[in-house]
Design a protein around this ligand. Structure first.
Ligand SMILES: [Zn+2]
Length: 164
């Protein structure tokens, strides 16, 4: 269940994403990892900046959260992301033992360019994981988050579509 605390963290993530710019071409995607009310990490997508295709906001946050916490096992932590995590970030969250993923805009709220596969949904990865204690919830300020991105009907130049 999405709580008022979740919305507060998501508002922080949206503000962080907007620091990258307000044009969807700026990849304004942000993620925050919180454990026991403490912010362990906050990151934005840095793929262009680092010339690293794996530098998604969630992966960058996981990379920072481990050293900050002193353990790669982030059991009990919540990962907030302005956009539904892609397959890579969902898998990274499972390996990092994130306890709960809360996202804003879902894959059907945005252009398909944000996802690497046609039909597989990160929700399915979560359902199929060995972990029984992993929760994923969407629709947290979904409309506010979706406004950051290209929408399903938008005509996006193919050179901006990183998934093709
Ligand atoms: Zn990702």
């Amino acid at each position: 269940m999405i709580t008022e605390d979740d919305c507060a963290w998501m508002r922080e993530a949206i503000a962080l994403a907007r620091q990258k710019g307000t044009d969807p071409a700026d990849t304004p995607i942000a993620a925050i990892i919180v454990l026991d009310g403490r912010r362990l990490a906050a990151s934005v997508n840095q793929t262009e900046e680092l010339k690293d295709a794996t530098a998604h906001a969630e992966v960058m946050a996981i990379r920072s959260a481990g050293p900050e916490y002193g353990d790669m096992d982030l059991r009990g932590a919540t990962l907030y992301s302005t956009l539904q995590p892609c397959g890579m970030c969902t898998m990274a969250s499972i390996w990092a033992k994130i306890g709960r993923i809360v996202f804003g805009a879902g894959r059907h709220d945005v252009h398909s360019m944000y996802f690497e596969d046609r039909h597989l949904d990160s929700m399915d990865f979560i359902r199929d994981a060995w972990r029984e204690d992993l929760v994923i919830e969407g629709d947290c300020l979904a409309e506010d988050c979706a406004r950051l991105y290209y929408r399903p009907g938008d005509d996006v130049p193919s050179e901006e579509q990183g998934n093709i």
